[in-house]
Design a protein around this ligand. Structure first.
Ligand SMILES: Cc1cc2nc3c(=O)[nH]c(=O)nc-3n(C[C@H](O)[C@H](O)[C@H](O)COP(=O)(O)OP(=O)(O)OC[C@H]3O[C@@H](n4cnc5c(N)ncnc54)[C@H](O)[C@@H]3O)c2cc1C
Length: 446
């Protein structure tokens, strides 16, 4: 981006949040001038490289009830379900083949210590009058869907879908360009100023400036580098390995229904199949990104990829001898409450959303609806959702404290969960470190 340009709304960040905001702005106000500035290529960050679980928030129902109360939580949960359906409909209507497949999600226990996994979500859904939203599954029912020697009981959330994340991001980018959104890539915003009077903002890149009536910050984990938001999120990482096509193994273990799956760990394993018969296997226990420096990428190192593969083989030993052909990683923007944050900077027409905590594929579409309304200065059902204007839940310390503390706690959780899976009791120091986040008001698991 070079020179001086004017827009009605400038969007900073070309991940799902930024691009869906641009889309919803055009739907709400045809003819609006939307200009999007992306530091790299749209979708090169987490939005194009995630596991593709397109989630409603029903598995988080217990935490949402506790944080917001029953009626606001139910409104948010229903909106999150509608969002998954809306993404599927968008792909169909806009001829974007993002491999959208709404076949549900299973959270499965992989050891006696995890056998209460998901039960709180079953109870919360029933208490909110939606027992069908989260269903209890016996070990036999789990294994009928997917057979693994380590699987025990679990729960099913039927409204989850999967997508091919890069296809969705790039398809969205293409359709935005066709609708006239000005998209500038390799155009990192270096400064954002509010003009005197607070009615407009100027976003500056290395070679240009955009003056707009409102700005939307959709920077994902890089929100951690903004002074007013810094203490509201931390940054962790997630890593993925992808197998070669293994349709024969999927057939053998009966995993032909398209369900996406996680175990019940806090640093969870998440896995799904793809349309070309591979398994995507992700892991939240890899090395921690150094928060202040993350602008979209965390590369995977050999040790992390090998470790993830080891975990994959423990769950599906039938894959022994079969190749993992790709591995990659990315940063995760974590809210202390595990609930995404949408809001407005004080005294400025600058709106933000971040903190999707590794679960943004569906929820970014919903947050973007609220962002579009805020940028248009409208109040509606989306701006009334309880995630809009909520506090962060807890204070996140600056670097290097957050990184040091986070790395220690993360290692403790890994030790704890490995021990529990072996049926052993974790040591005292490990238990104490694992209790620390809760004592500081932070949620570590959904
Ligand atoms: C390995 C991995 C697996 C995941 N798996 C899942 C999953 O299965 N399901 C799920 O729901 N979620 C998953 N997630 C999380 C999900 O990808 C994110 O929640 C979601 O993509 C967030 O979208 P976003 O647009 O808010 O942020 P991002 O995708 O991070 O996009 C932000 C964009 O802003 C740009 N940017 C930053 N700073 C600037 C600046 N100063 N100027 C201009 N541009 C800037 C960045 O380059 C980036 O492109 C995963 C994430 C990772 C890394």
């Amino acid at each position: 981006m070079e020179g001086s340009l004017d827009a009605d709304v400038v969007v900073v960040g070309g991940g799902y949040t930024g691009m869906w905001t641009a889309w919803h702005l055009l739907d709400s106000e045809p003819g609006i001038r939307v200009l999007l500035l992306e530091g790299g290529i749209c979708g090169h960050g987490p939005s194009g490289r995630n596991g593709g679980f397109c989630e409603s928030l029903w598995f988080s129902a217990p935490a949402l009830r506790e944080r917001f109360g029953d009626a606001p939580a139910r409104a948010l949960l229903d909106a999150s379900s509608e969002t998954v359906t809306a993404i599927g409909a968008w792909c169909r209507d806009n001829d974007v083949d993002a491999w959208f497949d709404q076949s549900g999600y299973m959270c499965v226990s992989t050891g006696p210590a995890f056998d209460d996994t998901g039960l709180a979500a079953v109870e919360a859904a029933a208490a909110l009058g939606a027992p069908e939203a989260v269903r209890d599954l016996s070990a036999a029912e789990v294994r009928e869907r997917v057979d693994s020697p380590v699987f025990r009981r679990g729960v099913l959330v039927p409204d989850f879908a999967t997508v091919q994340p890069a296809r969705l991001a790039l398809g969205l980018r293409r359709r935005l360009l066709e609708r006239g959104v000005q998209v500038f890539e390799r155009s990192r915003v270096r400064a954002l100023r509010t003009e005197p009077g607070g009615r407009s903002v100027v976003a500056e890149t290395a070679a240009g400036r955009v003056r707009a009536g409102a700005a939307v910050l959709a920077m994902g984990p890089a929100a951690r580098s903004l002074r007013p938001l810094r203490s509201r999120l931390s940054v962790t990482s997630s890593h993925i390995v992808l197998t070669e096509p293994v349709a024969d193994v999927l057939e053998e273990i009966g995993w032909t229904g398209g369900e996406c799956i996680t175990d019940g760990r806090a640093l969870l394993h998440y896995f799904r199949t793809t349309r070309d018969g591979r398994i995507v296997f992700g892991w939240g226990g890899g090395p921690l990104a150094y928060g202040g420096r993350v602008h979209g990428r965390v590369e995977v190192d050999r040790d992390t990829a090998a470790e993830a593969r080891r975990h994959l083989l423990r769950i599906f030993p039938e894959l022994e001898g079969r190749a993992t052909t790709h591995a990659w990683g990315g940063p995760i923007d974590v809210s202390p409450s595990h609930v995404a944050q949408v809001g407005t900077l004080p005294g400025a027409p600058v709106h933000f959303a971040f903190g999707f905590t590794g679960n943004g594929v569906g929820p970014t579409h919903l947050a973007a609806r609220a962002l579009a309304s805020l940028a248009l200065d409208r109040r509606d059902a989306y701006t009334r959702l309880p995630i809009v204007g909520a506090d962060a839940g807890a204070w996140v310390p600056p670097e290097p404290l957050a990184w040091l503390g986070g790395s220690l706690v993360r290692r403790a959780f890994l030790r704890r969960e490995e021990a529990l899976e072996r049926g052993e009791r974790p040591g005292l120091a490990t238990r104490a470190l694992c209790a620390l986040p809760k004592a500081l008001g932070m949620h570590v698991a959904r």
